[in-house]
Design a protein around this ligand. Structure first.
Ligand SMILES: Cc1cc2nc3c(=O)[nH]c(=O)nc-3n(C[C@H](O)[C@H](O)[C@H](O)COP(=O)(O)OP(=O)(O)OC[C@H]3O[C@@H](n4cnc5c(N)ncnc54)[C@H](O)[C@@H]3O)c2cc1C
Length: 459
């Protein structure tokens, strides 16, 4: 009998197993893959809140020892707006990294084993064991030699990814679902300069992105709304992606032409949903409980954060007397997970539509590039550090108005907004509210935060 069985041994599962083992619990970690294989390549950017978890757990040095370069600035270019700003620090961590995924998985798995977790790879979980009340009490599955094996625990954790078997077997319902909103092509590139920056661009319903990754390579890609996406050969993709960069950053496009791709193009598309995070005797963590479009590159960061939340809850639940302790702690975990991710989830789904920015949005982004705090915080929204509702609060957007370009080039709508919010007689609340409604209508979907946002603490 184990305290906890964790199904899935990558970022979310290995972290959960490590934290619970370090807390003295008896943990069995299972994965149907044979490591280090079995995981499709992805772009693997880990934002500062994820890196701060690795530091807190004493694992950041292992990551930096691999030579993976730090990334300290993120940028967004759209029309004549060019925003590039340093990342806000989280617990003194002001860098992101894009490590090789097998390396990151290995670091976490080794840490789980060092902490005392028992690991079985090539073990596919197929059924759950339950008691008469329906509480999950263990798993049944097939080990590599073909034997059917049953193991019991006080809690079964599904860290088994978007298509989670544990979610299917427990019937954990999805909510806030959105379909696949875009598809992306990306590849590794060699020979590009590493200047510690994530570059993203929005133009003509294309979202181009590039950042330095491991082994002196650079990620280069483009995401397109699903309806614009066409299957194509590697050579056609070279053309599509380089032409997309040509439109927004000709210098970078020239560098792409002068250097070369270091492998095949890859394609990715992800549906969006949250799943109920817990029930009697079970919990979900990482992608199993919350899957979102990769456009904001937040899955690994969310996996690490939710592993920590779950481990804290399980620790509380298992150390209280048998009975209500664990269910109440798991219910707190579910609420805290939703509080943590909901704002960014909404932001990600809006971003994932890849709608071109309106002229007013572009002027707002330009204003952010002139205001050090707004620029940093906008980048912080993308990187899961700043809550979008806080960023798009009336007070913050009113302060941004001071950074709009002065002069006649500013469209009439923004001049009107500035007058309503800043120029009308002081304390004339209706004018300010009318200004907010006008801003909200012109900020695209994110403008709604201005009218109904309620800030949440994040990190
Ligand atoms: C195209 C693309 C690009 C992405 N880019 C980024 C990015 O830049 N940054 C970022 O943070 N995230 C990115 N992501 C998302 C990120 O890859 C995921 O969020 C992350 O892998 C989730 O980790 P996890 O540990 O929760 O699940 P997974 O990594 O999916 O691991 C689940 C594990 O469970 C095991 N398993 C499944 N079923 C069973 C079973 N029945 N029995 C035993 N074992 C089982 C699997 O073998 C697997 O090892 C991207 C995703 C895609 C698709």
């Amino acid at each position: 009998m184990y305290d906890v069985i964790v199904v899935g041994a990558r970022v979310s599962g290995a972290s959960t197993a490590m934290l619970l083992s370090r807390a003295g619990h008896r943990v069995l970690l299972l994965d149907r893959a044979v490591f280090p294989g079995g995981k499709a390549a992805a772009t693997n950017l880990v934002h500062p809140p994820g890196i701060a978890r690795l530091k807190r757990w004493g694992l950041l040095d292992r990551l930096t020892a691999t030579g993976c370069p730090p990334i300290r600035e993120y940028g967004l270019q759209s029309g004549r707006a060019r925003l590039m700003a340093p990342l806000p620090a989280v617990e003194e961590v002001d860098a992101a990294y894009s490590p090789d995924r097998a390396t990151l998985d290995r670091i976490l798995l080794e840490a789980a084993l060092e902490a005392g977790a028992e690991f079985r790879e090539d073990f596919s979980v197929q059924e759950l064991c339950t008691d008469e009340a329906g509480t999950v009490t263990g798993v049944r599955g097939r080990s590599g030699d073909g034997a059917t094996v049953t193991e019991h625990a006080r809690l079964v954790v599904g860290a088994d990814g978007s298509n989670s078997t544990i979610a299917r077997l427990t019937g954990a319902e999805k909510y806030a679902t959105r379909p696949v909103l875009n598809k992306s092509h990306w590849a590794y590139w060699e020979g590009l300069p590493h200047d510690g920056r994530v570059r993203t661009h929005r133009h003509a319903r294309k979202h181009t992105f590039t950042w330095p990754t491991h082994d002196d390579l650079t990620i280069v890609g483009v995401a397109l709304p699903t309806r614009d996406f066409r299957a194509s050969s590697d050579e056609e993709r070279d053309r599509t992606v380089i032409e997309a960069f040509e439109d927004v950053d000709p210098e970078w496009a020239a560098s792409l032409r002068e250097t070369k791709r270091a492998g095949r193009w890859m394609t990715g598309a992800v549906p969006n949903f949250l799943r109920r995070a817990h029930g009697p005797g079970w919990a979900l963590v990482g992608d199993a409980g919350y899957t979102r479009d990769p456009i904001t590159a937040a899955g690994i960061t969310d996996g690490l954060r939710s592993a920590e939340l779950l481990a804290e809850a399980v620790e509380e639940g298992l150390s209280s007397p048998p009975g209500a302790g664990l269910p109440a702690a798991l219910a707190r975990y579910g609420r805290r997970r939703d509080d943590l991710v909901t704002g960014h989830y909404r932001y990600t789904c809006e971003h994932a539509l890849i709608a071109d920015h309106s002229p007013e949005e572009i002027e707002f982004i330009r204003a952010m590039s002139r205001s050090a705090t707004h620029g940093r915080d906008m980048v912080g929204v993308f990187a899961t550090i700043v809550d979008p509702a806080q960023f798009y609060s009336a007070a913050n957007i009113h302060a941004l108005l001071d950074h709009l370009e002065p002069g006649p080039d500013l469209g009439w709508k923004l001049r009107m907004v500035r007058w309503l919010v800043r120029g009308a007689p002081r304390h004339f609340a209706p004018a300010s509210r009318a200004g907010d409604r006008l801003i909200a209508r012109n900020l695209g979907p994110m403008g709604r935060y201005l009218l109904d946002g309620s800030p949440q603490p994040v990190h």
